[in-house]
Design a binder for this molecule. Structure first.
Ligand code: ZN
Length: 656
């Protein structure tokens, strides 16, 4: 009995204490919870985050007595924090990083990806999806379209032992340049090309390790192109370093690589059947992406970079959500898309590539196996080494390109390479003193190509320029300057009409009655009214500009382009409907149609343009009625005649 009473009391106490604590949600400060975890599991916690004011609800319930890592996960996930294991007794608490996961996560992801394709047919279908969605996620195509097609600026050639170096600058987007150096073998003839996107190495592309690699590869017979990261090196002078830490850098660097490839493949000294790409760290991320986007590459060598659980921590590698393509992907899968072309993955034991021999390499081998090309994928793993582009990594690069491109191994000697100072490798001078006049000097001038609203405007501007150019071409002016002036006049007018239309919506016009139809305004009526209110100067600038360079006949041709030839077409209609049209009548009709055309050019939509013609057609019909004709009768006769003709034709066909 006593026992039962005691149990009841305990039960009552625990119920009371439970309900009290439930209201407080068993909350404790995060700092206290972490101290308790540290003590309980005897581990040291380092902090990259601020715990001040953060509260953990149900704190003690989140602890798993058998696992420090599960306990940390349960607590930290509340705040979008995570931990990184530094050694058996040390954990670092960090903010959640979407591009960085764990090797365990990489393993699970690769296992999942492997379930998506059991043979080359299924793999090919996956590739189609990835190719499409990676492009879309990167938003590369809209930027590629905006590129200017100008000739590269090339410096004088500097000759060294067995190779030469020449600096270049290519304008990509208007006023934006990518600068770099081309390392070429001294021997004549065609050479293999190796594109060398830069990683985040100290001193950028002027780094000694990199110069050794480019010089040595070119001594052995390959032309190497080294170029700046966006916001690094000479690009820094245009947009500052801060511009590198943006998602735009992700897109621009790839645009730079593809633009340089385009240029290099126009050169006579390049063998287009041997196109390699090699880069370390962030340069390796570019290797993967470039090969996904362009099929012209024939060999790839990502160095201390490729991983199934790390996309690259810089916005220039993971700023755009390419890893979300096709339900989720990673750099290992994107590199596998290169199969069956030769790829060499260089990895080390002290960064995120430490898992390559166990995870990424077997995964790649499986995919290459779909093509019976298992021997085309290799892995040089430097277990004792860390994250750098040191001699052993470079030797692995040399070996790969010697075997893949047949480079001359006898010329492998890094001591023969001349390390040049930064000054020598700059196209525009260390301070940008030789920068072209049109060079942009701020990142905001680049950003305009990327924001959605501006993107739409820039695309529309481009469409307008193309339209104006095509119209002017039909005039066959045979005078470049004149053509350019007329194009500008038309483009400016089309843009002014568009901008007015977009900023003066029909909804700003109140309800009312259309005096011609007698019905309330519809949306199109209101659009026409809103567009009609634009300043006369818009129209005057067009007409004045056109008349300055064109004959009256040519001016009319341009106006006909705006109105898709409505004057001639409508005139034909009147000639068919009105029997024995007199010269006076014809002159009146033509005059009205030309008036309609000149008014109509200031309207954006074809529907609004038709409304303007309709107004003048009403005038014409009234004029005909006032001068002894009956429009209704003529129109009825005309339609009856058409019907009769049709019937007659049908009968003829039946008899036949
Ligand atoms: Zn970066």
């Amino acid at each position: 009995m006593k026992k039962i009473v005691l149990s009841l009391i305990i039960l009552l106490i625990s119920i009371t204490s439970y309900s009290q604590s439930f209201e407080t949600k068993f909350a404790k400060p995060l700092s206290q919870v972490l101290l308790e975890i540290s003590a309980r599991f005897n581990v040291k916690l380092k902090y990259d985050v601020d715990t001040l004011g953060k509260v953990v609800t149900y704190a003690d319930f989140r602890i798993r007595p058998y696992s420090v890592e599960e306990s940390l996960t349960n607590v930290l996930s509340l705040f979008d924090y995570k931990f990184v294991k530094q050694d058996d007794k040390t954990y670092k608490i960090k903010n959640y990083e979407y591009p960085r996961r764990t090797a365990e996560d990489g393993k699970k992801m690769l296992a999942y990806l492997n379930t998506l394709y059991k043979d080359s047919t299924e793999w090919n279908a996956r590739k189609v999806c990835l190719r499409k969605e990676v492009r879309e996620k990167l938003q590369i195509d809209s930027v590629l379209k905006k590129r200017v097609q100008s000739k590269p600026i090339i410096s004088k050639i500097r000759k060294f032992d067995g190779y030469s170096v020449q600096n270049f600058a290519i304008e990509t987007l208007p006023g934006l340049y990518v600068c770099g150096s081309i390392y070429s073998p001294l021997a004549g003839g065609k050479h293999a090309l190796i594109l060398c996107p830069n990683g985040h190495w100290g001193n950028g592309r002027y780094n000694d390790d990199l110069q050794k690699r480019f010089g040595t590869l070119s001594r052995m017979g390959a032309t190497c192109v080294s170029y700046d990261l966006f916001g690094w090196g000479e690009s820094e002078l245009q947009v500052t370093q801060a511009a590198h830490q943006t998602s735009e850098a992700h897109v621009i660097q790839i645009m730079n690589g593809l633009t340089i490839l385009d240029y290099m493949l126009t050169r006579k000294d390049i063998d287009a059947t041997k196109v390699g790409v090699n880069g370390g760290s962030g340069g390796g991320s570019q290797v993967v992406l470039l090969t996904v986007l362009d099929k012209r590459f024939t060999a790839a060598c990502p160095t201390v970079s490729l991983s199934s659980h790390f996309d690259g921590g810089c916005p220039c590698e993971s700023g755009m959500p390419i890893s979300l393509a096709c339900g989720g992907t990673n750099n290992a899968e994107l590199m596998a898309m290169f199969a069956p072309r030769p790829v060499c993955v260089i990895s080390d034991g002290k960064d995120w590539t430490a898992s390559v021999p166990e995870l990424e390499f077997p995964y790649l081998q499986r995919i290459y196996g779909f093509y019976n090309a298992g021997n085309k994928v290799t892995n040089t793993h430097l277990h004792a080494e860390g994250h750098d582009f040191g001699p052993n990594k470079r030797n692995a690069v040399y070996d790969f390109f010697i075997s893949t491109f047949g480079l001359n191994a006898k010329k492998l000697d890094e001591t023969k390479v001349t390390i040049e100072p930064k000054e020598a490798l700059c196209s525009f001078g260390v301070k940008g003193e030789k920068m072209p006049a049109n060079a942009i000097r701020s990142f905001s001038d680049v950003e305009k190509y990327f924001t959605k609203k501006n993107n739409a405007k820039v695309s529309s501007d481009i469409d307008i320029s193309i339209r104006a150019k095509t119209w002017v071409e039909t005039l066959q002016l045979n005078d470049k300057e004149k053509e350019s002036r007329v194009q500008t006049v038309i483009s400016n007018h089309l843009k002014a009409v568009r901008d007015w239309h977009n900023s003066h919506l029909y909804t700003t016009i109140p309800e009312g009655i259309n005096t011609i139809t007698g019905r309330p305004f519809d949306n199109l009526d209101r659009e026409v009214i809103a567009n009609s209110a634009k300043p006369k100067s818009v129209h005057e600038a067009l007409m004045k500009g056109l008349r300055k360079d064109l004959t009256e006949e040519q001016v009319e041709k341009v106006l006909d382009k705006y109105t898709i030839g409505k004057v001639a077409f409508t005139m034909q209609g009147y000639k068919a409907i009105v029997p024995n049209l007199t010269q006076t009548e014809e002159a009146y009709i033509l005059n009205q149609l030309k008036l309609a055309r000149e008014q109509a050019v200031d309207f954006k939509s074809m529907k609004a343009i038709s409304i303007i013609f309709k107004i003048h057609k009403t005038n014409i019909e009234k004029y005909l009625n006032d001068n002894g004709r009956s429009w209704t009768k003529m129109f009825k006769d005309f339609t009856n005649k058409i019907k009769a003709d049709k019937e007659a034709k049908k009968k003829v066909t039946e008899i036949e």
